[in-house]
Design a protein around this ligand. Structure first.
Ligand SMILES: *Cc1c(COP(=O)(O)O)cnc(C)c1O
Length: 434
């Protein structure tokens, strides 16, 4: 805490709401489901955030994933500074794009070709377009509770912010778009089989989060992807594995590094970590599919700022820091935090389940395991809200929604974890009291 007068975040939020819808540029930031004023952040370093009122928080959001090496990591900042001195954007090929694509292809076997875009949304949107072009089919299948960005065709039952606000999908998506999307319960292979039996020749692709993280973390059932790929490929359709969140966070090769045995996605999407905090997404996979992209092929896809030199510098510097030691650290920090949360909630008698996907985890406020979106929605969100606000008051910044993963970084040292440990018992008691 510092002596900065309180209330600047309130003032900024009031100003913001006059000029920016709900005062934010991405919905969950508005604290709509937990209530209260979101802190306006002015700086961040390592595992810590500082708001406009000078309050400090331990960060468990990490910009929703990208800040895996902690905030203002010196090597990443220096790489960006150095790149900035050489020009901010060329609109022409530059070496960093090649190195970033090579790094991703080196880590993830199925990536034969890759194109960089500016967000995860653009990546999934473009992957869908390629899949539809390659198959000559229109229908895409997704699983309830999986979020793939705000692509029109993929907003139905999309978890994350959509779940936080209890929307069935989004207004403004046309009926003709929605009719080409089929939503199935997560993990339900019988439903996939039935759909392929009935409408197989219409289905271009099945898209799934490599491990769902936007309805909270759901560990994919054993063998799920292998069986799914068998059905989908048998029906002449493609599998798109969305690793925008899990990529290079769940493990050094993303969730594919954990369950890539015996199946190969045709296309994959990335974002978050690969830009190290700058706007980057990517989609890639089989060379024959990716070579359908223009100018060689008939699928148009482009971007004024795609492959931006600052963004690729940040991504490459982040990858340079993501060695075995970094993942071992993330594993330890994640496990320590899970144990502390479990202890505090158990002591306070709060029903909870903790689920993991590699180094990712989330805490559900219910006693049964969460396997589907329906399960996740059946949480005690009011208990989460009390838990959240108690932690925020103690200077711990959790995702402001019960439907999100928690994010640690290599800057979450044992000392930082201790600070969280001190705040947990009171938060657990708050969760218990209604
Ligand atoms: C965040 C996310 C997206 C969308 O990425 P943006 O960069 O926010 O557009 C897509 N898919 C998954 C799994 C995500 O977590």
């Amino acid at each position: 805490m510092t002596s900065t007068p309180a209330g600047l975040s309130e003032e900024l939020f009031a100003r913001a709401r006059r000029v920016i819808p709900s005062g934010v540029n991405s919905p969950v930031r508005a604290f709509g489901s937990v209530g209260g004023t979101p802190p306006f952040l002015t700086s961040a370093s390592g595992a810590l955030l500082t708001d406009a009122d000078g309050r400090e928080y331990v960060d468990l959001v990490g910009s929703w994933g990208p800040m895996i090496l902690g905030h203002a990591n010196p090597a990443v900042v220096e790489a960006v500074r150095e790149a900035a001195g050489r020009g901010l954007s060329f609109g022409a090929p530059q070496p960093g794009e090649v190195s970033l694509a090579e790094e991703i292809a080196r880590r993830v076997g199925p990536i034969e070709r890759l194109r960089l875009v500016n967000s995860g949304t653009e990546a999934t949107m473009s992957a869908l377009r390629v899949a539809r072009a390659a198959t000559g089919r229109d229908v895409v299948v997704k699983f309830a509770g999986c979020y793939h960005g705000h692509v029109d065709a993929l907003l139905a039952e999309a978890g994350s912010g959509v779940a936080t606000f209890a929307l069935p999908g989004s207004a403004g998506v046309t009926a003709s778009t929605a009719k080409d999307t089929v939503v199935l319960p997560y993990g339900d292979l019988d439903a996939v089989r039935e759909l392929f039996a009935a409408r197989g020749d219409e289905i271009a692709a099945v898209i799934t989060e490599a491990a769902p993280c936007n309805m909270g973390v759901v560990t994919p059932p054993e063998g799920f992807h292998r069986e799914l790929a068998g059905i989908v490929h048998g029906g002449g359709a493609l599998v798109i594995s969305d690793e925008v969140l899990t990529g290079f966070r769940a493990s050094a090769a993303g969730y594919y590094g954990i369950d890539g045995e015996g199946w190969t996605p045709d296309l994959m999407t990335f974002g978050k970590v690969i830009g190290g905090g700058l706007p980057v997404g990517a989609f890639g996979g089989r060379a024959d599919l990716m070579d359908l992209l223009s100018p060689a092929g008939p699928v148009y896809q482009a971007g004024t700022l795609s492959g931006n030199p600052l963004a690729t510098a940040a991504g490459l510097a982040t990858f340079a820091g993501l060695d075995d030691a970094a993942y071992a650290h993330l594993d330890r920090a994640s496990a320590a935090l899970q144990q502390l949360v479990a202890e505090a909630l158990t002591t306070a008698g709060v029903p909870h389940v903790i689920q993991t996907a590699g180094t990712l985890f989330s805490v559900f406020f219910r006693s049964e395991p969460v396997r589907t979106y329906e399960d996740s929605k059946a949480q005690d969100t009011a208990a989460f809200t009390r838990f959240f606000h108690s932690l925020l008051d103690s200077g711990i910044y959790l995702p402001p929604s019960a439907f999100e993963a928690w994010f640690v970084s290599t800057a979450h040292t044992p000392e930082v974890i201790d600070r969280i440990a001190e705040a947990l018992p009171a938060a657990a008691r708050a969760a218990a009291s209604d």
